[in-house]
Write a protein that binds this ligand. Structure first.
Ligand code: DOR
Ligand code: ZN
Length: 464
C-alpha cells in the first residue's frame, strides 16, 4: 500500500519494463476502475491505493487467444469454464474466444445466451463466444450476433456431427450475412471430400497409426480450402480468419490474398511451431493426434517466418483438452484430437524470446495487439494505453521451470510438451484491474470474467 488520497488511483504496477509492439521502456501502468489511466515512467504515476513493484520484470498486455475449446456445456469431464479459465489466467491469457462445438452446439441465439450466462458465472478471464455457421441456421446468424456472438466459426473439414460442414452454397449465403454484420468468420480450412475419401481408404487398408492421420489430412486438403475460402471472402466481402494454419504450402495463398486486399487474417499454434511428426514418439505417440495434424519437419520453419513477418497475424492455441483415457487409444481413429494449450503457449513463446529467436515486442504484437485488431476489440483489449481495459501480465524472462501435465489446471491435461524446460514465465495476471493469478496460483474468485462482445449496433467492422 502507498499514499492514498482523493486523487489516488486503484493500482499502480511499477518498477518494470513496459512492452508494446513498438518497443520497451522502464516504467509503470496505473489502473482505475478496471481501466488503464496512465502509462509512463514511475515518477509520473499518480498516487495509488495499491502499488506493486515488479522489480525489473516485463509488463505486457494480457494475451488474447481467439481459439479455445472450453467444453461446457456438454463435456465437463474434459474441461470446465472454471478449470479452463484458471489455466488461461495462469498462462497469461486475459481474453479467450470459445469455439461452438459444445453440446448443445452454439448454433442458436439461445445457446449463445446460455453460454455467455454460464461463462459469466464461472470465468476468471474475459471471453468471446463463437456462433456456429451451418446449413440450417443462416437466418439465425444475425440473431446470434445480437445475442452476443463475438465472431462466427465455419467448419470446412470436420466429421463432428455436432458441427457439420455446410455445403459451399450455404457457405456463400452465410458469408454474405456475416459481412453485413461486420463480424469475422474463423474458418477451419480443410477439404471435406478429400478427408472423407482418404480416411475411408486408409481405414479399409487397416491403417491405425498416427502417420495415417497425416496421410488423410494431406497438404492439398488444406491448400484447397484456404484458396476457396479466400475467394469466397473476396466475393462476399466477409472478413475471414484462417484457424490453426499448419501447412507451409498454404502460406503463398494467404500472402496473395492479402496482396489482393482480401480481409483475411491467420493464426498458427505452438504445436505447429515446435513439433513435427518426427517428434511423435517423444510427444506422446498417437496422443499427438490433432486436427489439422502436426506435419513433417519442413513446415515449422516457414510457419515461424510467416509469424514473425506478420503474414500469419497471431498465435492462438486451439486448446482442446480430452481425458487421458480418450487420448490413449490403440487405433488412431479412436484417439480424441487435440490437447490443452492455453496455459503453456505464453511460456513456450517466452522461451523463444529468451533464446533470441523472437523479441518481446514481436510477441506482444502477435499475442495481444493483432487478435484485438482482427476482431474489433482494439484498443479496448490488446494494448497498454490510457483508456484500455487493465488486462496486464507481468512476465519473468529468467524463470526456468518444466512443463508438467499433472500441474496444469485443465482436466484433460495430457500435453505434448511434457517435461519441456522453458525459460520465461507469466508471474502475474490482471483482468480489468483485478489480480486473478500470481506465481502460478489463482487468487481471485471465479465469475469476474465478462463477454467482450459489443453488439452489432456498435460493432466496428473487423479490420485486417
Ligand atoms: O484437434 C482438434 N480438436 N481439432 C478440432 O477441430 C476440434 C478440437 C476439439 O474440439 O477437440
Ligand atoms: Zn479448434
Amino acid at each position: 500500500m502507498s499514499t492514498s488520497g482523493p486523487s489516488a488511483v486503484d493500482l499502480v504496477v511499477g518498477g518494470g519494463i513496459v512492452v508494446t509492439p513498438d518497443g520497451m521502456r522502464d516504467g509503470a501502468v496505473a489502473v482505475e476502475r478496471g481501466k488503464i489511466v496512465a502509462v509512463g515512467c514511475d515518477a509520473a504515476m499518480p498516487p495509488a491505493r495499491q502499488r506493486i513493484n515488479v522489480e525489473g520484470r516485463h509488463i505486457i498486455p494480457g494475451a488474447i487467444d481467439v481459439h479455445v475449446h472450453f467444453r461446457e456445456p456438454g463435456f465437463s469431464h474434459k474441461e470446465t469454464w472454471a478449470t479452463a479459465t484458471a489455466a488461461a489466467a495462469i498462462g497469461g491469457v486475459t481474453t479467450v474466444f470459445d469455439m461452438p462445438n459444445t453440446n448443445p452446439p452454439t448454433s442458436h441465439p439461445d445457446a449463445v445466451r446460455q453460454k455467455i450466462a454460464m461463462a459469466s458465472s464461472r470465468a476468471l478471464v474475459d471471453f468471446g463466444v463463437y456462433g456456429y455457421v451451418g446449413e440450417d441456421n443462416i437466418d439465425l446468424l444475425a440473431p446470434m450476433a445480437e445475442a452476443g456472438a463475438v465472431a462466427f466459426k465455419l467448419y470446412l473439414g470436420s466429421d463432428n456431427a455436432l458441427v457439420p460442414c455446410p455445403n459451399d452454397g450455404a457457405v456463400l449465403d452465410a458469408l454474405a450475412v456475416i459481412a453485413s454484420l461486420g463480424l469475422r468468420c474463423t474458418t477451419h480450412a480443410e477439404n471435406t471430400p478429400i478427408l472423407n475419401w482418404r480416411g475411408a481408404r486408409l481405414k479399409a487398408a487397416g491403417r491405425t497409426d498416427l502417420a495415417a492421420h497425416l496421410e488423410q489430412h494431406t497438404d492439398i486438403a488444406a491448400v484447397e480450402a484456404v484458396s476457396r475460402i479466400a475467394l469466397f471472402s473476396e466475393w462476399t466481402g466477409c472478413a475471414i480468419h484462417i484457424a490453426h494454419e499448419n501447412c507451409r504450402h498454404a502460406l503463398p495463398l494467404i500472402a496473395d490474398a492479402k496482396r489482393r486486399g482480401i480481409n483475411i487474417t491467420a493464426e498458427t499454434c505452438p504445436h505447429y511451431l515446435f513439433l513435427s511428426m518426427e517428434d511423435a514418439e517423444q510427444a506422446g505417440g498417437n496422443a499427438l493426434r490433432v486436427k489439422p495434424p502436426v506435419r513433417e519437419a519442413g513446415h515449422a520453419a516457414p510457419l515461424w517466418d510467416a509469424l514473425t513477418s506478420g503474414l500469419i497475424d497471431m498465435i492462438s492455441t486451439d486448446h482442446a483438452p480430452h481425458t487421458r483415457a480418450e487420448k490413449w487409444r490403440a487405433s488412431i481413429w479412436d484417439v480424441a484430437p487435440g490437447f490443452p494449450g492455453v496455459e503453456t503457449s505464453m511460456r513456450l513463446m517466452l522461451n523463444e524470446v529468451s533464446k533470441g529467436r523472437l523479441s518481446l515486442p514481436q510477441y506482444v504484437r502477435m499475442a495481444c495487439e493483432a487478435p484485438a485488431r482482427a476482431f474489433g476489440l482494439y484498443p479496448r483489449k490488446g494494448a497498454l494505453q490510457p483508456g484500455s481495459d487493465a488486462d496486464i501480465v507481468v512476465v519473468d524472462l529468467a524463470r526456468r521451470a518444466p512443463i508438467l501435465g499433472e500441474r496444469l489446471q485443465s482436466i484433460g491435461n495430457l500435453t505434448p510438451f511434457e517435461g519441456w524446460q522453458t525459460t520465461g514465465l507469466p508471474v502475474m495476471t490482471i483482468v480489468r484491474g483485478t489480480i486473478v493469478a500470481r506465481d502460478g496460483r489463482i487468487v481471485a474468485a471465479p465469475g469476474g470474467g465478462r463477454s467482450v462482445h459489443r453488439g452489432p449496433a456498435s460493432a466496428a467492422p473487423a479490420c485486417g
